[in-house]
Design a protein around this ligand. Structure first.
Ligand code: URP
Ligand code: ZN
Ligand code: ZN
Length: 461
């Protein structure tokens, strides 16, 4: 039996912070104690460091065909980069194609990931056409395939968007079998009309992407999705929330005792829309939907985390290289939407959150690891450090400062969203199911090590 011991670290979970040694046997944590006397095959000294549960990124897009091209990280490069950044599990989106079944979409994504992924992974299913046929697939997906969450798009008209009637039908069916509906909340018609207006006026630059998707586009759709969920007494998870206006709709809902689950992404906490004013085409790097917002929105989201209104921080990692972004050189609406971030999230949230006093250590674990595991049916196997849990951990040295650059990143993208950004705290080692994944700045795993995770049904969170 292979044994690993991590000694002298400060162990942090969503509830506790304490000095302890951790014993790992095979894939699991088998003891957490102030001092473990036995010897192991591998001993790691974590003196002066924190030992955190592996990050769970609940929103990624690897190898996604989108807007006439494909996201530039596949399951090998994307999951390797995730591990470098302390993320040991991702939940990616398998997409249904128009005219095809949900199961066909799922099997396509299994093929993309199998034999390639280095970290563990699960899938949400993005439903682009809910009809009588797809309805019959929901139960099996939840009960047999372990796919217990379904994404709907209220935007991307003509491509991914579904109407309210379809969303209501999906929510009814998903609740019946114990799943959770998640929503990309932007009013697709409103965004579309603003895009058309800007194109007609000859506005071509990347900044018109953001100007075509103002705060109200997101706030309206968020409120509508929340109302629809309330009417049917459905749970609801809003993905990638960016702004005060949308968060206010969540606050409103609490007045009628409705609880809405909210995800934001690290870029919406740290970057703002002034980046779209960069010279030339540079703003295209941050063209994503919804777009980056204003500093007042960042403040609202940080407050939302503190107040327990924002539950999860993910990345919506969907990278495109600059030559792909250039598809929209003469038309902002053709710039593929998305940006890299899977590798940066944990160090950014530690540095900007914990080190800057915006997050406690425990809150850091809660929003980046425990909450996504709980909401998406992976807890307590994932998302905490406890006896019996998978030994998915990372060791962070809070004394080391470093700088993000495109040259040193592992994501397959020719720019960094955070170029030149200095962070305090460096991830030294990462373990996945008790096996060293990252050590001395090197990836130690073979591709295909990552396992598919069947998830449990949604439980009241
Ligand atoms: O711009 C984004 N967010 N790209 C990925 C697709 C999505 O909407 O999540
Ligand atoms: Zn989305
Ligand atoms: Zn996304």
């Amino acid at each position: 039996m292979r044994k690993v011991i991590i000694r002298n670290g400060t162990v942090v979970t969503a509830t506790d912070t304490f000095k302890a040694d951790i014993l790992i046997e095979n894939e699991k944590v088998t003891a957490i104690s102030f001092s473990i006397s036995e010897k192991a095959d591998k001993e790691i000294d974590a003196s002066g460091c924190y030992v955190f549960p592996g990050g769970i990124d609940a929103h990624t897009h690897l190898d996604l065909p989108f807007m006439g091209t494909s996201s530039s990280d596949d399951f090998e490069s994307g999951t390797r980069a995730a591990l470098f950044g302390g993320t040991t599990t991702i939940i990616d989106f398998a997409f249904q194609s128009h005219g095809k079944s949900l199961k066909e979409g799922l099997s396509e994504w299994h093929q993309k990931a199998r034999g390639k992924a280095l970290c563990d992974y699960a899938f949400h299913l993005a439903v682009v056409d809910f009809n009588d046929r797809t309805k019959t697939e929901i139960r099996e997906l939840i009960e047999k395939e372990g796919v217990t969450s379904f994404k709907t798009f209220m935007a991307y008209k003509g491509a991914l968007m579904i109407d309210d009637r379809q969303m209501i039908g999906l929510m009814n069916e998903v609740k019946k079998w114990g799943g959770l509906v998640t929503v990309h909340a932007e009013n697709g018609d409103l965004a579309d009309s603003l895009i058309q207006m800007n194109r007609e006026q000859g506005n071509k630059a990347p900044k018109y992407h953001a100007l075509s998707r103002p705060e109200i586009v997101e706030a309206e759709a968020t409120g509508r999705a929340i109302d629809i969920a309330f009417a049917g007494k459905h749970p609801l998870y809003v993905v990638h929330m960016t702004c005060e206006g949308a968060l206010n709709r969540v606050k409103e809902a609490t007045k009628r005792d409705q609880r809405v689950l909210v995800e934001t992404c690290v870029q919406y906490l740290l970057l703002d829309d002034s980046l779209y004013d960069r010279p030339g085409f540079e703003g295209a790097k941050w063209v994503m939907s919804p777009p980056l917002r204003k500093p007042k929105d960042q403040q609202a989201l940080w407050k939302g985390i503190e107040q327990g209104l924002v539950h999860v921080v993910a990345t919506d990692h969907c990278p495109f290289c600059m030559n792909q972004k250039e598809m929209g050189m003469d038309d902002f609406s053709k710039i593929p939407n998305g940006a890299p971030g899977i590798e940066n999230r944990m160090e950014l949230m530690y540095s900007e959150g914990v080190e800057k006093g915006r997050l406690s250590l425990n809150k850091f674990v809660e929003i980046n690891s425990s909450n996504p595991a709980k909401i998406f049916g992976l807890y307590p196997r994932k998302g905490t450090i406890a006896v019996g849990s998978d030994a998915d951990l990372f060791i962070l040295d809070p004394r080391i400062e470093h700088t993000f650059t495109k040259e040193t990143q592992n994501m397959n993208c020719d720019y960094s969203s955070y170029e030149g950004w200095k962070v305090k705290g460096k991830i030294k080692s990462v373990l996945l199911r008790g096996v060293i994944a990252i050590e001395n700045g090197k990836s130690q795993l073979e591709k295909g090590f990552g396992q598919y995770l069947k998830r449990n049904k949604f439980k009241i969170f």
